[in-house]
Write a protein that binds this ligand. Structure first.
Ligand code: SF4
Ligand code: SF4
Length: 113
């Protein structure tokens, strides 16, 4: 049985600009080839009435995310968190992140397997 995870990523996608810097930072940190990586920035286009559209960016970790353990063991933030200029991601203990989720809408808590 796998160990219960203690740490995760809180993603405040309201402030994500879709810049993809988190993807690049992850690829550089872990040496991922093109098309692979620990996080993907999804673009969600929603059609609204009167020919209007609503665009949302949702960065979401993949199965390859290892939560940057070599960095966090040294007290550093994960590479994606450190390089996000919008401060859209937070790394920390799951209980603390879950409490933060109550502060505002449009947040996603990601917990690894
Ligand atoms: S999470 Fe941050 S770095 Fe990633 S696409 Fe959004 S704004 Fe850019
Ligand atoms: S925590 Fe590390 S491994 Fe996971 S997506 Fe961010 S940079 Fe990649």
């Amino acid at each position: 049985m796998s160990k219960t995870p203690e740490f995760g990523l809180l993603i405040d996608y309201e402030y994500c600009t879709g810049c993809h810097t988190c993807q690049v930072a992850c690829a550089q940190e872990h040496g991922w080839p093109a098309g692979m990586g620990g996080i993907r920035v999804n673009e969600i286009v929603q059609k609204l009435p009167h020919d209007k559209y609503y665009l949302t960016y949702l960065p979401f970790p993949t199965e390859l995310c290892v939560l940057c353990k070599p960095r966090t063991r040294k007290g550093l933030d994960p590479a994606c968190v450190q390089h996000c200029m919008a401060r859209a991601m937070t790394y920390g203990p799951i209980e603390e992140l879950a409490r933060k989720m109550k502060e505002k809408p449009r947040m996603v808590l990601w917990v690894p397997k």
